[in-house]
Design a protein around this ligand. Structure first.
Ligand code: FAD
Length: 470
């Protein structure tokens, strides 16, 4: 038996199905958990909304760990230096963590593994954050996948490891506090979320029992709550993808009539693994377009347009509703994420990286793999990307997916008096209709900031100027 083991927590703030924690508890008499607010310059700092969530999640995890007799230390600094100090202070002879997949993070982890292994500390990494490790899924030619459908087929045919149980846990010291504060604007997000492992499990249980049956048809309608909203819990590892996978499979076994709906849900969950596949195999996906030719695209420098988009003041109601939902709650419905990303990168021809950064700061689920991969997908430069000529029209999309305007009315209340017919295009309404609804364009609500038809054509021209080389 080892005496003390250190568990370095990162994106895995849960007791159950936490292989690093389980391994440490299985091996050592004493276990100490450590979370580090890492300051290494190579790492992307977490966004503001994420910091709010993380803060809560660490509190929750600290209490849960204390319940099994494990102290959680929260420190700030370079991971290597903090770990070295913690090892010295605790006399730990083993160090465990669950893997992360970004190139910069892997490089930090590899350096730490080399250093501490050489110093005689048993350093072990574990698989815990994705369904299948990114290097275990490959094409018949032993290459990474670049198209989702065959990736999904292969993933489905792969045995997804079963979740490991919650450790009993031995321990020493008391939990320590930490001085990590999110910005004040992020605090409003608290009204919309329950943070932590138990909340994540409850959300999954409720989703399977009440919602999944309607998921395939309902998931595209932003006014309905027919998706799981598990994304921030997954982001911080309060629940694991494989816990979701196995719980959903078990549910489908008992309710075979819902197996098709569960399969659709799991295929969306597999998109997350596909994003991690890209994060792992590609170079810096938050900055480098996956199709080289997009490096040449003549993006517009348009700070005023960018700001209007960020503030939900574009004059296109569904875009504004989405951007305001994001600002208020730290979340945006997937269909609307696609619309606002298309509007920014195509109608406004603003570099998708600007949008990705805004999302990174505002989303509670801002994820190093899903966020850049999805932005690249919409902008047309990602793997398996939406073709560049697919430019969403915010008016017709609004009419299709928010036909009664409920979503727009919820987030853009100054338009709520408009009849359904004009709720997605107030600029087309006769002046009497606008007057009846108390809307004065340019005063109570912006005029449309661009012409959809002209900007669509400009985007097509800019994109087709890139040629066909990839
Ligand atoms: P559900 O539909 O209930 O799906 C369950 C889980 O499957 C999600 O939590 C997520 O982990 C995964 N998933 C579902 N759809 C996708 C998808 N299209 N791509 C990848 N994984 C998916 N997702 C993030 O988790 N973090 C992000 O930072 C993020 N940024 C995005 C940016 C843009 C421009 C777009 C278009 C999409 C982005 N997504 C991101 C993907 C998707 O919008 C969210 O995962 C989803 O809306 C979360 O809601 P949910 O948990 O209710 O999803």
């Amino acid at each position: 038996m080892l005496s003390t083991a250190l568990v370095w927590l990162r994106n895995d703030l849960r007791l159950q199905d936490n292989p690093a924690l389980a391994a440490a508890c299985g091996q050592a008499e004493h276990v100490v958990a450590l979370y580090i607010h890492e300051t290494d310059e190579s790492l992307r700092p977490i966004g503001a909304a994420g910091r709010w969530w993380l803060d809560r999640s660490l509190e929750d995890m600290g209490a849960a760990l204390a319940g099994i007799g494990i102290a959680l230390r929260v420190e700030t600094g370079s991971a290597e230096a903090v770990l070295a100090k913690a090892i010295e202070a605790t006399g730990a002879s083993a160090l465990h963590w669950n893997r992360r997949y970004g190139p910069a993070e892997r490089s930090v982890d590899a350096g730490i593994k080399t250093r501490f292994s050489a110093a005689g500390i048993a350093t072990q990494s574990h698989p815990g954050n994705v369904l299948v490790e990114p290097w275990l899924i490959q094409t018949g030619q032993n290459r990474p996948y670049s198209v989702f459908t065959p990736f999904w087929k292969t993933l489905k045919g792969t045995e997804i490891p079963r979740p490991v149980g919650k450790p009993e846990g031995p321990s020493i010291a008391q939990p320590k506090g930490h001085n990590h504060t999110p910005p004040s604007w992020a605090l409003k997000i608290a009204h919309y979320w329950e943070v932590g492992e138990q909340a994540a499990q409850a959300r999954l249980t409720d989703f399977l029992a009440e919602v999944v049956r309607d998921y395939p048809e309902g998931r595209d309608f932003p006014a309905k709550t027919l998706t799981s909203k598990l994304s921030p819990h997954l982001r911080f590892g309060e629940i694991s993808a494989r816990q979701i996978w196995h719980a959903a499979q078990a549910f489908a076994h008992v309710h075979p009539e819902q197996a098709g709906a569960v399969d659709k849900f799991l295929s969306e969950l597999a998109w997350r693994d596909f994003s991690y596949h890209q994060l792992y195999h590609r170079d810096d996906i938050a900055n480098v377009p996956m199709h080289d030719k997009f490096a040449e695209l003549g993006w517009r420098h348009a700070p005023k347009h960018l700001q209007a988009w960020q503030r939900g003041q574009t004059g296109f109601p569904i875009i504004d509703a989405g951007m305001r939902e994001l600002w208020e709650t730290g979340y945006m419905h997937n269909r609307v994420r696609m619309l606002v990303a298309s509007f920014l990168s195509k109608n406004l021809l603003i570099d998708w990286r600007q949008g990705e950064r805004w999302f990174w700061d505002c989303l509670v689920d801002a994820d190093a793999a899903n966020n850049p991969a999805s932005w690249q997908w919409v902008a047309g430069c990602g793997l398996d990307a939406a073709p560049y000529f697919r430019i969403f029209n915010p008016v017709t999309q609004g009419e299709r997916f928010d036909a009664r305007g409920d979503y727009v009315r919820a987030w853009v209340p100054e338009l709520s008096g408009l009849p359904d017919k004009f709720i997605h295009q107030p600029f087309a309404a006769p002046s009497s209709v606008l007057a009846n609804a108390g809307v004065t364009l340019g005063t109570t609500y912006p005029k449309p900031m661009v012409d959809l038809k002209t900007t669509r054509q400009q985007a097509l021209d800019a994109y087709s100027a890139l040629g066909t080389a990839s």
